[in-house]
Design a protein around this ligand. Sequence first.
Ligand code: SF4
Length: 517
Amino acid sequence: MNEVRPRTKPSSRGSVTRRRADPARTRAPFISKSKFLWGLQCPKLLWHAYNAKHLIPEPDTQQQAVFDQGHAVGELARQLFSDGIEIGKGMDDFDGILAASKMAVRQCRPLYEAAFAFNGGYARADILNPVDNDQWDLIEVKSTTSVKDIHLHDLAFQTYVFNGAGLKIRRCILAHINPEFVSHGAIDSREFFVQEEVTTPVAELSRGVEAKLEAMSGTIRQPQHPDIQIGPHCDKPYRCPLHDGCWRFLPEANVTQLYRGGAKGFGLLRDGIADLKDIPDDFALTGNQEIQRRAAKTGQPYVDKPALAAFLNQFRYPISFLDFETLATAIPLFDGVKPFQQVPFQFSLHVVPSPNGKLAHDQFLAAGTADPRPEFMRRLRDALAERGSVVAFNAQFELARLEESCDAMPQFRPWLKNVESRAVDLLPPFRGFRYYHPKQNGSASMKAVLPALTGKGYDDLAIQEGGAASLEFLRVTFGDVTEEERRRVRRQLEEYCGRDTEGMLWIVGALRKLIGV
Ligand code: SF4
């Protein structure tokens, strides 16, 4: 594997590999639906899928959790078209699955995962439902709450393959999650899903599939991967699995980090400017971008002392530093919860009672599989001081969770009103560039600010971010784990959430020191 590294003028195309395709291969293999969608996102990604698959990383734990959730939603959707035949379960024989699908069509029952191939394309349908006159409705199930463009391309590919293979597709339906669904008891799939007919836009897109397949087939046969510049497409519609490799050539402080830079950063890259400090003085930047450039050049933070002093001046004792951890699942786990609703299961609270008072800590981590919110709200109400500032990093998140919990438990609303009136958000000084350290690399998140400003961070912790905390909580709460494992992970969760609130305390302390108050 030959990495392309920037020389005098850095390449904005990055590199994963320049491997040669297998010369023994004389014909492109079938292009599956998922590879077709990869091909739409980037020909370089498509090329790797067929010629250097080993360089594409396996999904990480969080991506796998998203896939698993998608499978669970897919299973639920089958209830919409019950008494169906599942095709190819446990089979990994390509031709066998095609043959089984062809046979199953004759039975005129709903088919799950039926597979067909045509003209170099291969697709499996979530659900095919037989309708009048030997026709079929094609149902694609998505664990999103609306139809996205990529879903239409997905269905267009399937329609092209299925029609070509001899099925008559009457309608295309996108079964996505109903965003207004609220769970009460067993999930009723007819209420949980919205079935949106998308036959017309899919038919239009389907007309272009043949040409795209042909072009993709040509890409796959190339001896080397296409030279594609990194850009916004690397994260749209999904983060590309080759992202890390392609973006590796960028310096740590680079032009793609320009605050709200959009196309500006990629334009600079095309001109051979990758490092923030190499942006020419006469290049037009916004005020915040200019702060970034200057910080990169000098290595020194930007500090707006009057603005920070005004910000800190609003703090009132006792100062409560508060942070939540939440879980959000496509299929709600508890009654009264919507799909993907963030349900708080943990809080940490550090309290500074007075300027020289002793720091106190309180926390809650839900135990058991019941809805954690009633106990969470009671414990928080009891733990939180009745006066003084309530500080959170991106406080809107915490307040929104409390607001949603009050929808289910209105008795807490007067208390919440009081909390809202005392809330102080620690994010705005950083998002607004009143303080900016070059090591933040364009980010105002707590994970970027804390180490840049204080030199402390999360590296010593087993759980280092909220997504992992949520997955670990779900695993040890609902999964089959030993009591010892459960206790170990719960300790790690407490350490992680505790670091968030302690970290806020350190941030405020560092800001105070900077401006001398
Ligand atoms: S990271 Fe970007 S350029 Fe690289 S393969 Fe993926 S989409 Fe293409």
